[in-house]
Design a binder for this molecule. Structure first.
Ligand code: TYD
Ligand code: MG
Length: 458
């Protein structure tokens, strides 16, 4: 008989180690190794022995042409959600929805389930965390308790599959959450990487074989990674992140991966006492808290996927008592801030060496576009000089290391959104001539960052 083998699996990245160590070789995380029985997970459980190989069939790619349309989808009618998934849940696919505990994942999916049930789809909501009565309570609070969503409180994958297969084939199965699932096929404890992976695999296989859409909910650790489910990310067809900032009521649903649609879309929601409400004009929300023009504030005309989003960038530049001044950033890339500071120093003669620099994107929003460079530079110079920027002006443009202002994509949409929200002028890159309308006519197009600095300071 084979000797029972012990192995240690990193709960963060799934790397298998032969012996215990304090630090994972794979991802460098500390104290994440957990002893996990003898099996390597999938296919080594008690049922594996009876499995016989079956012959499959390979088809020529060319024979598939013609009769395949777009991925078949089930649309929820919740616009913000449908946009992020690329037009609805795709049949036969698996989607992972990750987010911090308490952010509103169950609320979002309950609302989606109810919306779909109302449209006549069969939806099964499996909860491993809450009792059926608790889910009902939430549904009542959301005023969707009358919708025919089927609820189940199960954690064993085989039991879940048996439950689902009873009756008409479901259109959508929601599993809340993946960390609570366990399968007979693996012999580790629920919540371990092996169980999470094996359970997800079983549910993905179910989705592919039946054509039902499967949504897996995953909790994220405080380090910002989907705990355990991170190993699931590459197995599923799509990964969505639900995020929000403490103290703010709005929530952003962001695509991280999508095999059937765009990956740069966001959906914006507001959490209220009756659940999540769609925010179809996020700019108004992010600019809502804006007061009259003050030094250090610049409005960035950004893009999220296909949608323009206006957001205020705030900078505080203050004399530093420290030998090495502080640089702190919230909502933007700190390396990018260092670069903008260096370009301002090297090419525009603006000195920050003896100043602390704080940068904040208003409303707890997060920007990843390089097009924000110009707005950041404007906010920094404005704060340093103490001169407020015009309140009716938006900024966008990428800054190169040479100090040149580079064109960015979607100038016309950015300008249109700014105009819609009452802005009258823009500072934008010279190459972006495609913008039309009154605001484009009143725009400044600096070739170099130094021109912008002279404009603000002069
Ligand atoms: P929940 O969906 O349970 O979060 P998750 O599944 O991501 O852990 O949401 C929990 C939070 O949302 C909780 O703090 C209460 C709040 N909430 C509202 O503010 N309004 C509502 O209508 C609901 C249902 C929840
Ligand atoms: Mg929940």
């Amino acid at each position: 008989m084979a000797r029972a083998r012990v192995q240690f699996i990193c709960q963060n990245c799934g790397t298998v180690h032969a012996r215990w160590a304090g630090k994972c070789d794979g991802c460098g995380a500390w104290n994440t190794l957990v002893e996990e029985g003898t099996s390597s997970g999938i296919g080594s459980g008690p049922q594996a022995a009876s499995r016989k190989a079956r012959k499959g069939r390979a088809v020529a790619l060319t024979t598939l042409s013609g009769d395949i349309e777009d991925a078949p989808r089930i649309t929820t009618g919740i616009g913000e959600l449908d946009r992020v998934t690329g037009g609805g849940f795709v049949r036969g696919s698996a989607l992972l929805v990750g987010g911090d505990p308490g952010i509103g994942k169950s609320t979002l999916l309950t609302q989606a389930a109810a919306a779909l049930a109302e449209r006549g789809h069969r939806i099964v909501y499996v909860s491993g965390e809450e009792a059926v009565a608790q889910i009902r309570l939430r549904a009542q609070r959301l005023h969707v308790a009358q919708q025919p969503v089927e609820l189940a409180a199960e954690t064993n994958v085989e039991d879940i599959l048996a439950t689902i297969e009873d009756g008409k084939r479901p259109d959508l199965v929601i599993l809340d959450s993946i960390q609570t699932l366990w399968t007979d096929m693996a012999d580790s404890a629920p919540g371990t990487v092996t169980q999470v992976r094996a359970s997800a695999q079983a549910m993905i296989r179910y989705a592919k074989s039946t054509g039902a859409a499967v949504v897996l909910v995953g909790h994220v650790t405080k380090e910002g990674q989907i705990a355990g489910p991170r190993v699931v990310e590459h197995m599923v067809d799509g990964v969505l992140y639900f995020e929000g900032e403490g103290g703010h009521h709005y929530r952003i649903l962001r695509t991280v991966k999508n095999r059937f649609g765009p990956t740069d879309e966001i959906g914006v929601f507001e959490m209220g006492d009756k659940g999540l409400r769609e925010v179809s004009n996020p700019s108004e929300l992010f600019l809502g808290e804006r007061s009259a023009a003050a030094p250090g504030a610049a409005v960035f005309a950004g893009m999220e996927g296909t949608r323009p989003v206006l957001v205020e960038i705030q900078a505080l530049v203050a004399p530093s008592p420290l030998g090495t001044p502080r640089r702190a950033v919230v909502g933007w890339d700190s390396a990018r801030l260092s670069m903008v500071l260096a370009v301002l120093e090297a090419h525009c003669g603006v000195r920050f060496a003896t100043h602390d620099v704080y940068l904040n994107v208003a409303g707890g929003y997060r920007i990843s576009e390089p097009a924000a460079d110009l707005a950041v530079a404007a906010a920094l110079v404005s704060s340093l000089t103490g001169l407020a920027l015009p309140a009716d002006c938006v900024y966008f443009g990428e800054i190169s290391l040479s100090g040149a202002v580079r064109p960015v994509a979607h100038a016309a949409s950015r300008l249109k959104e700014a105009e819609k929200l009452g802005f009258a002028q823009a500072v934008m890159p010279p190459g972006n001539e495609d913008g039309s309308g009154a605001i484009a006519a009143r725009s400044a197009r600096p070739e170099a960052l130094a021109e912008l600095v002279a404009r603000i300071a002069g």
